[in-house]
Design a protein. Structure first.
Length: 301
């Protein structure tokens, strides 16, 4: 099956002329004559026959003219790259997987923006307990937002912003009464945030360079759990500066600078490549990126 024959047949039936059909398709008249001969063999009908100095369609050609025209038009529409989408007419569900530290800052502005721009869109926020790569591949998750720590060849990853690590403690914590030094920081009781339960991390590596260790009393899987635990105890915990800023005042918590050079936290998005060219998915990606970037700029200011 050669689908190009449909395009040629459409041109021939519309013009009733080998020459004009050839001009429309930017080919030569002899080449179009050969295509007409092939169409005649495939369809078992002469299609266009000589009537004086012109060609006229056969009854079979007249039957085919409308259907062929519709098929060719549908094919062109299918293969034409889609432009920008109007989110106001978009009706779709999106599954967004994100950790609680990202949702704390992202959920409210994202919901407000989606309701304003695309009232027909429904968001489903999913916890980051799902295995990212498999969920993206299977279509259970449309986009993942946060610390993308599972690099897979078939996953598209876009880095959006970076956040720095700060210390978090209750407002009346003794550590905050004076300058936070490496010694005083190491001597405090620590709470670690880790989805896998790991107690050791970059903080311990940097403390080791100073010949010091810290006492990690417990590990919790989410930042929200850590903040509530710190609020009601003498523990301190690390957290992302931008992604935790809105939660600290309401919980009576204070941030302080950790006196160690710590690596920044990269916040990005991940999705399956099949969604890269999808206009609706692209709109959501750009919206999320804009919101995160704006939040980062306001934090820097």
């Amino acid at each position: 099956m050669d689908m190009n024959l449909l395009v040629a047949l459409d041109a021939l039936l519309d013009t009733n002329s080998v020459t004009r059909a050839a001009e429309r398709l930017h080919t030569s008249a002899p080449a179009m004559s050969r295509t007409l001969a092939r169409l005649r063999r495939v369809l078992g009908d002469p299609l266009l026959v000589r009537a004086g100095r012109s060609l006229v369609p056969t009854p079979r050609a007249l039957e085919l003219r409308y259907e062929v025209s519709i098929l060719v038009e549908q094919g062109r529409a299918l293969l034409t790259p889609r432009g920008t989408i109007d989110p106001g007419v978009l009706k779709r569900n999106f599954a967004v997987q994100a950790g609680d530290m990202v949702l704390t800052e992202l959920a409210a502005p994202l919901l407000a923006a989606v309701r304003a721009q695309a009232p027909g869109v429904t968001l489903r926020f999913l916890p980051d307990t799902l295995e990212g790569t498999a969920a993206l591949r299977d279509g259970r998750v449309d986009i993942e937002v946060g610390v993308i720590d599972h690099v897979d060849p078939e996953t598209t990853v876009r880095r959006v912003i970076t956040d720095r690590i700060i210390g978090i403690a209750a407002a009346d914590h003794p550590l905050l009464t004076d300058r936070v030094t490496v010694a005083r920081f190491a001597a405090a009781s620590h709470l670690s945030v880790s989805r896998t339960g790991a107690a050791r991390g970059p903080i311990d590596d940097r403390l080791a360079l100073h010949g010091r260790t810290r006492r990690v009393v417990a590990t919790v899987p989410t930042l929200t759990t850590a903040l509530f635990a710190v609020r009601a105890s003498d523990l301190i915990c690390p957290g992302p500066a931008m992604l935790s800023r809105s939660a600290l005042p309401g919980l009576g918590l204070c941030a302080f600078e950790i006196p160690l050079p710590l690596p920044e936290v990269a916040i990005g998005m991940a999705w399956h490549p099949r969604n890269t060219a999808d206009s609706g998915h692209r709109w959501l990606r750009e919206l999320i990126a804009d919101l995160l970037t704006s939040s980062a700029k306001s934090d820097a200011a």
